[in-house]
Design a protein around this ligand. Structure first.
Ligand SMILES: [Zn+2]
Length: 307
């Protein structure tokens, strides 16, 4: 590629999007490292977006741990909050409720949602049985009544186009598991897909790096973006990286994986070697983030994936 072509490509704007419902574990850090390497390698920018809408699960020490862990590791970012105080004052998702509400209203006005009073357990069971057709769709429940969630009508359009990072366009069908997915919870809070799409557009994110466990979420979010007419999101590039298995078990906060800061605070070099190993980097290239950056290439991650 010559210099002119390179200049014409939009610089990536990507994000770290932790949820402060647990301490950051090594799986989170691995995902952020890939995000950081892709952004820094391409003169991109990184937004720190802390998803705190689910206030029941958020704890102040988890928010604080996000800043401390990223700073300790040296994974720097360019946009969003740089301190807990700034986060609470300016960047908490609670400060963007109006933006989410406007999007929800748009769906309501378009007749794209229906009210649902089914238990989550029932819908989950029916989806597992491949027998969920949006039971409440024809009940015409009052969307603004107490204890009613909003579900998206997902009949009709079944496919979305997904731009895969450096790979090209892929056509994806909405997975059955995402049939009539919730966009507004019964407690009135915008659901994860809704807040995530609206936020990415709000902050100009054009490159989304996340674990492959969120692939189906990506398809649902593209579907939602299309319903909302948010073409900026439809144009974003996605990279779903493989998940880390720790002794055969996927690492996640819900499985109470240990806090990376507790486990490695005395031995950062060991953490870097471990992360670098997962990225197929030679041990001698894992002394620092800068070394990793100079040896990193997207093709290398792709090779790791196919291994
Ligand atoms: Zn229902």
């Amino acid at each position: 590629m010559n210099r002119l072509q390179k200049l014409q490509l939009p610089a990536p704007i990507t994000r770290f999007a932790p949820t402060p419902s647990g301490f950051l574990h090594i799986g989170n850090v691995y995902s952020f490292l890939i995000t950081w390497l892709l952004a820094r390698k391409n003169n991109g920018q990184i937004l720190l977006r802390i998803d705190d809408l689910d206030q029941e699960r958020v704890r102040p020490e988890y928010v604080e741990n996000i800043f401390r862990t990223l700073e300790w590791l040296g994974l720097d970012w360019d946009l969003g909050p740089f301190s807990v105080e700034q986060f609470e004052k300016e960047y908490s998702q609670l400060r963007r409720m109006e933006v989410y509400e406007a999007a929800l209203q748009k769906l309501e006005e378009a007749g794209a949602v229906f009210g649902c009073d089914c238990s989550r357990k029932l819908v989950k069971k029916l989806i597992e049985e491949h027998n969920y057709e949006g039971i409440c769709q024809h009940k015409d429940l009052d969307l603004h009544a107490h204890d009613i969630s909003w579900r998206l009508k997902t009949d009709g359009m079944t496919e979305v186009k997904m731009k895969l990072y450096k790979t090209g366009l892929s056509v994806e069908a909405l997975p059955y598991s995402q049939s009539h997915f919730v966009v507004r919870r019964r407690d009135g809070i915008p659901a994860y897909h809704m807040a995530s799409v609206v936020d990415d557009v709000h902050f100009g994110v054009n490159t989304i790096v996340r674990g492959e466990d969120l692939f189906e979420s990506s398809v649902a979010q593209l579907y939602l973006a299309e319903k909302l007419g948010l073409s900026a999101f439809s144009q974003a590039e996605f990279f779903h990286h493989p998940l880390i298995l720790d002794r055969g078990v996927k690492l996640s906060k819900s499985q109470r994986s240990s806090a990376v800061l507790d486990e490695f605070s005395q031995d950062k070099p060991r953490l870097l070697r471990k992360l670098g190993g997962w990225l197929a980097l030679p041990p001698e290239a894992c002394g620092s983030l800068e070394e990793m950056l100079s040896h990193f290439s997207f093709e290398r991650v792709e090779r790791t994936i196919s291994n």
